[in-house]
Design a protein around this ligand. Structure first.
Ligand SMILES: *Cc1c(COP(=O)(O)O)cnc(C)c1O
Length: 375
């Protein structure tokens, strides 16, 4: 059976983890966390990088940093992971879902304006499959209305939009290093902050509401409780794994893109014959090979294809059930305008195996199984 995902492991992770153990420093914010943060600052060009325990937590920190209050509205797509909404719901926000574009599965930037009300505080975008949203339009809309932009770039590490690194375009950018993502630390993430003025508050929120980060830098002579906060810092053991992954991020990304392109080439004839649809990447977007999906005709055809692939030793999976159709989505959110594409497109989408180490032979075998299904 070819699994849908295998967590990335290249080798040097083990050595770094044992170094962390040997240093007798396994709690957060040690040398490995510092080296990961430095790598991320240099790679992304962002001056404000904080390693977190997950992307979910980076999103929660973003909600705290833009001071979301009960009754505030946050605009986002319904076609996303629950954490995108949860982070704001925990602060009492109302979620306003906006339809997606059928080509990229990203929020339709042209529909955002009509979803804005006097209560709107922020727009949270999701770069689905590591392909950027139309950020120029989105940041311009946000600027005109004085709204925060939060990028859920969980899937977008190493991707760019018009040469800009995803996660650095909005006010806050949230990365995931979960084992299902391109670059991993088991569970973990990072928060990228654009305004240096927000960095001190972010450090305090992350360290249980204390100014411990300033204390460690020698800026204050004792640390104390200064604000509300939580514990959002990962262990050095996880950071050690991540550092090895970051140092090999280019190699991992290149391999995934090669695999993505192989899928695309082999399946292109099916798209040309109008049998299925392949992902679309706008020319201003450079993606990271996070996901390869295909779109079947409808839900029924997709279910039959999943079954066919399983019988042929391939684990293919569908993705998000739109949040506005879930019990919590109905309780905490509302859909702005009509659901023209969110439900129908999500029912057609099927993700094929994609991970570092998936071989050309396996990719070809998967493509052959898809082609066989349609012949
Ligand atoms: C994976 C993912 C998350 C959650 O990431 P964690 O690090 O597991 O919290 C959030 N949003 C999107 C779009 C994701 O794909």
């Amino acid at each position: 059976m070819i699994s849908f995902n295998v967590p990335p492991f290249l080798g040097p992770e083990k050595d770094y983890i044992s170094q962390a153990i040997d240093m007798r420093k396994i709690c957060g914010d040690g040398e490995f966390t510092a080296r990961c943060s430095k790598w991320l600052r240099e790679q992304t060009g962002s001056s404000g990088v904080l390693l977190t325990t997950s992307c979910t937590h980076a999103l929660e920190m973003s909600a705290l940093l833009c001071d979301i209050q009960p009754g505030d509205e946050v605009i986002m797509p319904s076609y996303t992971f629950v954490s995108t909404a949860d982070a704001f719901v925990l602060r009492g926000a109302k979620i306003v879902f906006v339809d997606i574009r059928p080509d990229t599965m990203n929020i339709d930037e042209k529909l955002i304006e009509s979803a804005i009300t006097p209560k709107t505080k922020a727009i949270t975008v999701v770069h689905y499959a590591g392909v950027a949203c139309e950020m120029d339009t989105i940041t311009e809309t946000a600027r005109r209305h004085g709204l925060f932009v939060i990028e859920d770039a969980a899937q977008g590490v190493m991707s760019t939009y018009k040469g800009k690194v995803l996660g650095t375009i909005g006010d806050c950018g949230c990365y995931s290093f979960h084992e299902t993502k391109n670059i991993s630390m088991g569970e973990g993430g990072a928060l990228l902050i654009k305004d240096p003025g927000l960095m001190e508050r972010a450090e305090i929120i992350r360290e249980k509401g204390t100014d411990r980060s300033r204390f460690f830098r020698g800026q204050v002579d004792k640390y104390t409780w200064v604000d509300a906060g939580s514990s959002y810092l990962p262990s050095e053991l996880n950071a050690a794994y991540l550092l090895a992954q970051l140092e090999m991020a280019e190699k991992i990304t290149d391999a995934r893109i090669r695999c993505w392109e192989r899928y695309y080439e082999r399946l292109l004839p099916l798209q040309e014959r109008g049998i299925l649809e392949l992902p679309y990447v706008p020319k201003e977007c450079k993606h990271n090979g996070h996901m390869f999906y295909i779109k079947a005709e409808n839900l029924d055809e997709r279910s039959r294809l999943i079954k066919h692939l399983k019988e042929n030793g391939v684990e293919a999976v569908f993705h998000y059930i739109p949040l506005h159709t879930s019990p919590a989505g109905q309780k905490f959110g509302r859909f702005s305008g009509t659901d023209r594409y969110t439900s129908t497109e999500s029912e057609r989408l099927l993700r094929l195996p994609m991970y570092y180490g998936l071989t050309d032979e396996e990719t070809d075998m998967i493509c052959d199984s898809v082609i066989k299904f349609y012949s």
